[in-house]
Ligand binder design. Structure first.
Ligand SMILES: N[C@@H](CCC(=O)N[C@@H](CS)C(=O)NCC(=O)O)C(=O)O
Length: 204
């Protein structure tokens, strides 16, 4: 087994528990360098080795990158899916909605169809990636064993694409993207999602 690239510099009785908890929740492998406090402070060996000029905990290393501020560390850990929700899935699918909605009436249906077909390639590619990430050997959630912010962010994007058929026209979604279909149902069956829908009256 290869060595985890993440090392958490963990100071006892500190915000470091935030980072450890998030890493555990997401099932991400990491090493811990544990330090007890000395006179209530981080001990000198913590400050000398963690790589954080402020000498505060948590500090996390991912390969050559050193990060501190527990909020920034949490964002770093979650950023891939949270940004893909907008920067990948909705970017490509909304482009279709905007293009179709703004095509002049002088453009023939055939030309419009060709344009949508061309733009659908990116959406389908994105969905194939999501399908693979949710693969049969996964936990049923995007990052870790339970629902996380990654699911919350990507769920709307996938739900919207399927509901509006943006880039997915003519595809048997339940068969090509069966993992996504099951995951959407799982997300929508979660108690927190149901409560959010009930409280807000959300519908698509
Ligand atoms: N805003 C920072 C605060 C970091 C911080 O102040 N950490 C405290 C522990 S909760 C610390 O390292 N104290 C030890 C010291 O200052 O020597 C964060 O959220 O990570």
């Amino acid at each position: 087994m290869s060595k985890p690239s993440i090392t958490l510099f963990f100071l006892q009785a500190s915000r470091s528990i935030r980072t450890a908890w998030l890493l555990e929740a997401l099932s991400l492998p990491y090493d811990v360098k544990f330090y007890n406090r000395l006179n209530g402070k981080a001990p000198p060996e913590f400050k000398q080795t963690c790589g954080n000029p402020l000498g505060k905990s948590p500090t996390m290393k991912d390969g050559d990158l050193t990060l501190w501020e527990s909020g920034a560390i949490a964002e770093y850990i979650l950023q891939m899916w949270t940004h893909a929700a907008e920067g990948t899935f909705l970017l490509h699918s909304l482009a279709i909605a905007y293009a179709v909605g703004n095509t002049p009436s002088s453009v023939s249906d055939e030309a419009k169809g060709e344009m949508v077909k061309g733009m659908s390639v990116a959406v389908q590619n994105d969905l194939d990636w999501l399908e693979k990430e949710l693969g049969d050997e996964g936990t049923g959630w995007l990052a870790g064993k339970d629902l996380t912010a990654a699911d919350v962010m990507v769920h709307f994007s996938a739900q919207f694409i399927f509901a509006r058929d943006l880039g997915t026209k003519g595809v048997d979604k339940g068969s090509r993207w069966k993992n996504i279909t099951g995951w959407l149902q799982r997300c929508e069956g979660s108690e927190s999602y149901k409560r959010a829908v009930q409280k807000t009256g959300y519908t698509l």
